[in-house]
Design a binder for this molecule. Sequence first.
Ligand code: ADP
Ligand code: NI
Length: 219
Amino acid sequence: MDKSIKNIAETVQQMLKNAEGGHDWLHINRVYKNAMQIYNKEKKGDLYILQLAALLHDIADAKFNNGDEAIASELALKVMLGNSVPENVINEVIKIIENMSYRSRYDNSGFTSIEMDIVRDADMLDALGAIGIARAFNYGGFKNRPLYDPEGKPQKITSKDQYIRNDGPTIHHFFEKLIKLKDLMQTETGKEMAKERHEYLVTFINQFYDDIGEDKPDI
Ligand code: ADP
Ligand code: NI
């Protein structure tokens, strides 16, 4: 492993030591591993850019920093400059970080790259399956949200602002985002890896509504 990658991994681990349980160092580590699994299968993209993007993609999410959208790339830039990452690589990684989040889909800048496709798929995989369920309810708990609401319905989200402001019950997040992820996967390997995790999510949702004796919303 490149020395700067090792150093940056240590820095990120340190920076995230008080992070919410779904966006902590363990999340970064899982995304990194997913990204390596996809890369090793697809044999596409630049490994160094991929590694940096995976490690730095969640070091300062706006939703944990009073909505500050600039802080993520500012910190990533600082970490890369401190580790002598070449300027052309820094530029690519910053573009990935600024464009890869789910909410960025609502104000798409048009930027794409194979490395972004891989890291994004790797990140979406961690929002699916048993781990995705655990993360969603952890986030909901962190925000003190109800698990479900027998009166309410999941929203049809059409803008980034609506996505960010949404403070509905956690189970609605499954309809609003999580079950849509498998169709957003870009790499063949990612699509393959998402299948089982997606099925698990659907089974969970069905069991959840059975358990509470309510009808499952149909959107
Ligand atoms: P991105 O950072 O890609 O824009 P989010 O931060 O919104 O995406 O989502 C990352 C993860 O955070 C989700 O997969 C989920 O685990 C958790 N999360 C985000 N918003 C919610 C929510 N409203 N309810 C439950 N979990 C959420
Ligand atoms: Ni992430």
